[in-house]
Design a protein around this ligand. Structure first.
Ligand code: ZN
Ligand code: ZN
Length: 77
């Protein structure tokens, strides 16, 4: 079995709704993609996933432009 983030692997939607307008928010990608190469290695989502079975995603609302971080719990597959 392997512990993976279902969002990273396209297995599921996050099911996060926008606090502003209530629309379903889209996965904007892993947090580390936004921080870029200058972030400390400890801050990347991959490390978080390994340490706590969790993955941080930046969610984006296409309706109103709101953005929010979502902590996604990894599943065993
Ligand atoms: Zn993920
Ligand atoms: Zn919205």
């Amino acid at each position: 079995m392997e512990q993976v983030c279902p969002l990273c692997n396209g297995l599921t939607d996050a099911g996060i709704t926008c606090k502003n307008c209530g629309e379903a928010m889209k996965d904007g990608g892993m947090w580390s993609d936004y921080i870029g190469p200058y972030a400390p290695y400890e801050m990347t989502a991959h490390v978080k996933q390994q340490n706590g079975g969790q993955c941080t995603h930046l969610m984006h609302c296409a309706h109103c432009g709101n953005e929010a971080y979502a902590i996604i719990q990894s599943d065993f597959i």
